[in-house]
Design a protein around this ligand. Structure first.
Ligand code: WTA
Length: 573
């Protein structure tokens, strides 16, 4: 069976999609009747994901199953509705209005989700921040978006340079010892206790902005990708047809809500579909992860290749200690999923792992291996019904099967980003080839319409599924007193997909040493984020630059991989 390179249909859900037929006939408009705008013309995603289940008699069902050794907690849809109403009223009290940006910088605790929906309920734009961000990363994002409110915890507060963030009017602290001496500081628990659970969400237009995620490109600081409430159409429908979510499911998405997978599929898709959503924060640990699957009887599990490879490395013995028989459907996203991992998954979980492809900018899954589709291990699958994907050349012409080129999507689709915050030019760049959305990934399509990922066409680094912009890391590196110049690339790595490697030239008076490498590494880690710190640093007397002074990452990559450096005619000397 495996020799043929195909894995047959295996999972059977109730919502089975006849892929071929549906792909021909599906129309997004058929999904719209599921939402309140079809009646009222107005909508709010928080209502559709939470309150609607209460109105439809599912209020007592467990919505949030918090799975943390130190705090076991469950919240029903009714409780989530009441809590998020409370938080919306707190925000109203402090004058937060539709369109304002409210950031949440917190670990994955239940208060995160309460705050998140409270922000959406007042019509504001929610900005989740990855809990591992350090000062500079936090500052860049809050400053660019001009957020007026931040929700955070006492231990993360020191990483927020408030004196430099002039837009910030209020900081809401989720913690017990809150200093009220400062009138910008608000105690979450105190306010929540006093706030009413009444109130209607702000009914907004489906095109109104709802969430902003910062993501990295090859140049410049991270950019704010803005999604509208309208994205819910696609979160909901991909939740049904790709995640195969059904009412009795217990679902676990391992991604942090600081990244898009952690919101589109860690929050919206499961709750729009009314399933029980397992939330577990903390660091990766094989034993804890298996325990989470076993204890919560998870049925649908959405994770990522690096984590799966790490589980594979932890050994098959470990798995025998856990009863994982509840699992019906496993999915993966974020980086190439190796065929070995799929084969291993068949062996140890008895399930195929279903790859899915999409990006922060696309808002939701666009290409996938559907539950009832044959899988070709190594392929990302086929486009979602209603989505047309193609491989195009650099002029925007479609290429025939089996030719590598730009992976592009015909516009629009419901969850496509609506804006890059305050940067219309960056936004337009995505659509520069005859109106196609250009992903920046290279891929090919085979004769049967399966898409095969080949790599990134720009310098964006994907390390453990986390997207890192080389510019952000380089900018931090050159702030170190010893560093004259720095160029950063992704170096292939068997577990993490890529690791960050920095080439550094030193200022006069500094000598290369292992201690200095470690010091520079820590400098990036403490300033930006642990995942953005180079795992490898190599000192060079000089870095290859163009005559205009731009470091040529292409040449650094060629050095690293021992490849020819190509055309160097623009090199400085
Ligand atoms: C990569 C994550 C190979 C790709 C949802 C894309 C993948 C970038 C896959 C987006 C996959 C995502 N196979 N590569 N199945 N899925 N990628 O914005 O390079 O954090 O452009 O969104 O991850 O990363 P982002």
């Amino acid at each position: 069976m495996l020799q043929t390179g195909r894995l047959p249909v295996q999972t059977k859900g109730n919502q089975l999609l006849d892929y071929t037929r549906t792909a021909e006939t599906f129309d997004w408009r058929s999904v719209e009747s599921a939402f309140s705008w079809s009646v009222t013309g107005r909508v709010n995603t928080a209502y559709e994901a939470i309150d609607r289940h209460v109105d439809e008699g599912r209020g007592e069902q467990i919505a949030l199953q918090y799975s943390d050794p130190s705090r076991n907690e469950q919240l029903t849809f009714a409780e989530m509705k009441a809590n998020s109403n409370r938080f919306a009223n707190v925000l109203r009290k402090y004058n937060v209005k539709k369109g304002d940006r409210v950031f949440i910088f917190m670990p994955r605790v239940p208060e995160f989700y309460t705050s998140f929906f409270g922000v959406i309920k007042v019509g504001a734009i929610v900005g989740p921040l990855f809990e591992a961000f350090m000062e500079e990363a936090v500052k860049d994002r809050i400053a660019d978006s001009e957020a007026s409110v931040l929700v955070t915890t006492p231990d993360l507060l020191p990483r927020v340079p408030r004196q430099e963030l002039h837009s910030l009017k209020h900081v809401i602290i989720v913690g017990n010892d809150v200093d009220h001496g400062n009138d910008n500081i608000i105690s979450y628990y105190k306010e929540m206790k006093e706030a009413s659970t009444d109130g209607e969400p702000e009914w907004v237009d489906r095109e109104d902005p709802m969430i902003i995620h910062y993501t990295s490109g090859s140049t410049g600081k991270p950019k704010g990708v803005v999604h509208a409430h309208n994205a819910m159409i696609q979160h909901y429908q991909t939740g049904k047809w790709v995640l195969d979510l059904q009412p009795e499911d217990i679902y676990w998405c391992t991604a942090d809500p600081g990244w898009v997978t952690g919101t589109s599929y860690g929050i919206f898709a499961p709750w729009l579909n009314g399933v029980t959503n397992v939330i577990r924060g903390g660091r990766f640990s094989p034993g804890d992860w298996y325990q989470t699957l076993e204890k919560n009887k998870v049925t649908v599990w959405y994770s990522a290749p690096t984590a799966l490879r790490m589980l594979m490395a932890a050994g098959d013995e470990l798995i025998r200690n856990y009863d994982l028989s509840s699992i019906r459907h496993i999915l993966s996203v974020g980086e190439p999923l190796n065929p070995e991992v799929i084969r291993w998954g068949m062996k140890v979980y008895g399930k195929r792992i279903h790859d899915t492809w999409w990006m922060t900018e696309t808002g939701a899954i666009l290409i996938a291996n559907y539950p009832q589709m044959e899988i070709k291990p190594g392929s990302m699958g086929k486009p979602f019904p209603g989505i047309r994907a193609a491989i195009i050349d650099d002029e925007g012409n479609e290429l025939p099967p089996n030719q590598m080129g730009n992976l592009a999507i015909q516009t629009p689709w419901p969850s496509l980003m609506r804006e890059i915050w305050k940067n219309p030019q960056k936004y337009q760049e995505y659509f520069r080839l005859k109106g196609w959305y250009i992903s920046g990934d290279s891929a090919y399509m085979d004769e049967e319409g399966y898409f095969w990922f080949q790599g990134r066409l720009d310098d964006v680094i994907n390390t453990s599924g986390e997207r890192v912009g080389p510019f952000e890391v380089e900018s931090k590196l050159v702030e170190h007193p010893a560093v004259a110049e720095a160029g950063v690339i992704g170096k292939p790595d068997p577990v993490r997909g890529q690791i960050i490697k920095a080439f550094v030239s030193l200022r006069d008076g500094y000598q290369p040493s292992d201690e200095l490498k470690e010091e520079i590494r820590q400098f990036v880690k403490n300033g930006l984020a642990a995942h953005a710190a180079p795992r490898e640093i190599e000192f060079k007397d000089k870095l290859p630059k163009t005559r205009s002074g731009k470091i040529m990452r292409r040449v650094l990559k060629a050095w690293e991989l021992g490849l020819p450096t190509g055309d160097l005619s623009t090199l400085e000397d």
